[in-house]
Design a protein around this ligand. Structure first.
Ligand SMILES: [Zn+2]
Length: 695
């Protein structure tokens, strides 16, 4: 999808095309707890020979060969939908964050303003008895606002308020760079308003999907019942919610369609957009949102807004109130509401949709919440303790080496004309490298956090973020801003910024280590750096020029050459059946697959150069493997992941990333250099007759 939500519950709307590396979302569920005080760093290694299963032929199934040992050592914990090396590090980081938060939560006059905020927010979130005792009372003023909605004429102001407190009703509005001029921040309206993960959940007709919709209606009904509705009314209201969301879903672009920025490029202005919205006053909405009521904007999905307009006109106001009430309750049905809501929310979104058997402990969820709400206050303490300056320098050196490899690779591309090649290199040279954490930290001074007010804090954090986002409209673009927090175990590329971003939380074992050799580090973190760089040149990224403007810099013939090669990968991934009856979507995953393959290739080239310069003995074995074999094993070992079938289905249907097994084996099948390192026979499963290659 074009805009990738960094966190599943994050309501802030950054319309940047963030092409994340690993998770489509923060891993939903995590391993059973070790206490923060007893947390000791496990021995995580980038290349770990003890994880290898020598009973598996590396030429038959390299993923199993590299990871079986890890699978044996790491049975899937009950509170996990998937558990892999990313979650392994994510959990370790979360223990570190917990220590920081517990220290900050102890009331002391010596606390800094930021420590007071993160500490009190954590303590409020952790205080389950207080949350239970308050019940729905903290949400009562918001429920009352909805109850007093008497006509559609008052909907714009109410919706603006609900959006500011993180309620995903009907659509979203925020700031984004203009597609045509990346130096301008404009208002951006996106389709939204769904309670299921994405639009296809409302339209698929297979038995499993029909059952999931039934379970969703049951969930909505239960939440309404918990909020005090009588059973019969709640059942009726849940059907109303499904009917409204189905209308919105059917008018929305598919995730695959959203991947093409041209499909989201609908520049207009208030007057132009208002002509389409005959039953919804944009001026009222903008006034209530404290957003500019003039100037250029992008309404991204006109078909969606046409349906929204009809829906406002022809839906009884009582049904609109029902729909809004659901989304308000849904937005807060976590640790800020009594356990009955929290539990029911987990049951549908984590258990039914993703297969987890046990809810995460509260401290984990509260830690994640503070990271989401005030990640740069928390991250500022985190990087001082856990991110040595030397790591930043090492990552930068590796990034520059991989950029140099890409420069040479573009020169060597047989299918690209000289004219397009010059532009590609211009774009590469303009990439900005951001490593670890922001140069300038976010200022939270206007965010009020009150100890004991978990729901109020959550609401004010949403308002703070919404206001911060809208304040960017009409101002110069801040190229130093980050879309992920420093402790995040992930990385991303932004096409409109033309930058690559590697948060500190990711730059440590088992992905990167100053104590291990280049073969391990290039195979692992090097391939990630290459992955993010290649996003600038994937099916989506290649449509943006060096300045981040959506402007075609390709000749028609080069475009055809690119598409032909990319189609090879579309077919390759379409053919993979991830769970019985569900194939991967080659078009949806194309950008990530291109980045995986291109990224690993670039890391390989850069590492070969490095090995050459160091006169590395390529026949010398360490732990039983040659340097090139260690490179490939380190690549594969980053992907060791156990996944529940429910999660695998969810991922196969809607995640732009292929499941980890294919991010290993399918990518390596496309690189004959891998098979040569292990002297694989032509008939081996890891050797295919016609590998795909683009970059
Ligand atoms: Zn990616």
């Amino acid at each position: 999808m074009f805009r990738l939500a960094v966190s599943p519950n994050c309501s802030s709307i950054a319309f940047l095309a963030v092409l994340a590396f690993g998770f489509a979302s923060v891993p939903a569920l995590c391993q059973s707890a070790a206490s923060a005080s007893s947390a000791s760093a496990p021995d995580l290694r980038v290349f770990d020979s003890s994880l290898i299963d020598k009973t598996v032929d590396p030429c038959e199934n390299f993923y199993r060969f590299s990871c079986n040992g890890w699978f044996k050592r790491n049975p899937l914990p009950a509170d996990q939908a998937a558990y892999g090396r990313f979650t392994e590090l994510y959990e370790l980081n979360r223990l570190h964050l917990r220590q920081i938060l517990e220290a900050a939560a102890a009331p002391s006059p010596a606390r800094s303003a930021n420590e007071q905020k993160i500490g009190d927010e954590y303590a409020s979130c952790m205080d389950a008895p207080a949350v239970n005792k308050l019940g729905l009372a903290p949400l009562a003023p918001e429920l009352d606002r909805i109850t007093t909605l008497k006509s559609a004429a008052n909907l714009p102001a109410l919706l603006a308020h609900l959006h500011s407190i993180g309620v995903n009703a009907f659509f979203g509005m925020g700031s984004s760079q203009d597609f045509a001029d990346s130096s301008a921040m404009i208002s951006f309206y996106i389709a939204g308003g769904l309670g299921l993960p994405e639009r296809d959940y409302y339209t698929r007709t297979d038995a499993k999907s029909v059952e999931l919709r039934r379970q969703y209606v049951d969930h909505v009904r239960t939440i309404f019942t918990l909020a005090g509705e009588l059973k019969a009314q709640a059942a009726k209201d849940a059907e109303t919610v499904l009917a409204i969301e189905t209308r919105l879903a059917k008018a929305s672009l598919t995730m695959t369609e959203q991947r093409d920025p041209q499909n989201l490029n609908h520049p207009t202005d208030v007057a132009g957009f208002q002509k389409e919205l005959t039953h919804f006053s944009l001026a009222d909405y903008a006034a209530a949102a404290h957003a500019p009521a003039a100037g250029k904007m992008n309404d991204s999905e006109p078909k969606f807004y046409a349906e929204f307009n009809s829906l406002v006109a022809d839906t009884p106001i009582a049904q609109i109130r029902t729909y809004l009430r659901w989304h308000l309750l849904h937005a807060y049905a976590g640790a800020s509401l009594p356990e009955s809501f929290d539990r029911e929310n987990w049951n549908f979104y984590s258990h039914i949709l993703n297969g987890a058997e046990k809810q995460q402990e509260r401290w984990k969820r509260c830690t994640t919440r503070v990271d989401r709400e005030m990640g740069e206050a928390l991250g500022q303490v985190y990087v001082v303790k856990y991110f040595p300056a030397a790591e930043k320098q090492r990552t930068l050196e590796m990034t520059l080496a991989i950029e140099q490899a890409m420069d040479k690779d573009i020169d060597a591309l047989g299918w690209m004309s000289a004219a397009t090649r010059v532009k590609a290199k211009d774009k590469l040279h303009a990439v900005m490298n951001k490593i670890g954490y922001p140069d300038k930290w976010r200022d939270y001074s206007t965010l009020e956090i009150v100890r004991g007010d978990a729901l109020g804090n959550q609401m004010r954090a949403h308002q703070f973020e919404h206001a911060r986002d809208l304040a960017k409209i009409g101002k110069p673009v801040d190229k130093g801003e980050w879309q992920m927090t420093p402790p995040t175990v992930n990385a991303y590329y932004e096409p409109q910024m033309n930058n690559v971003n590697f948060p500190a939380g990711y730059l440590q074992p088992p992905f990167f280590s100053g104590k291990e050799d280049d073969a391990a580090n290039y195979g692992d973190m090097g391939s990630t750096i290459g992955h993010e760089l290649t996003h600038g040149f994937d099916d989506q990224g290649r449509q943006f020029d060096k300045d981040g403007n959506l402007r075609n810099w390709w000749t028609a013939e080069d475009e055809r050459q690119f598409t032909d090669r990319a189609d090879c990968m579309v077919k390759q991934y379409d053919a993979i059946e991830a769970v019985p009856g569900v194939h991967l979507n080659g078009k949806l995953t194309l950008g990530e697959n291109l980045a995986d393959l291109g990224g690993l290739w670039l890391a390989w080239l850069a590492w070969l150069d490095k090995a050459d310069a160091a006169h590395l003995d390529m026949a010398a074995k360490t732990d039983g493997y040659t340097p090139d074999q260690r490179f490939w094993i380190a690549y594969a070992q980053q992907w060791c992941t156990q996944t529940r079938p429910e999660q695998l289905r969810t991922q196969a249907q809607g995640d732009p990333h292929a499941p980890d097994e294919y991010r290993t084996n399918t990518v390596l099948q496309d690189l004959p250099e891998f098979a040569r390192s292990f002297s694989c026979k032509k008939t081996a499963a890891m050797v295919i007759p016609n590998p795909c290659r683009v970059w």
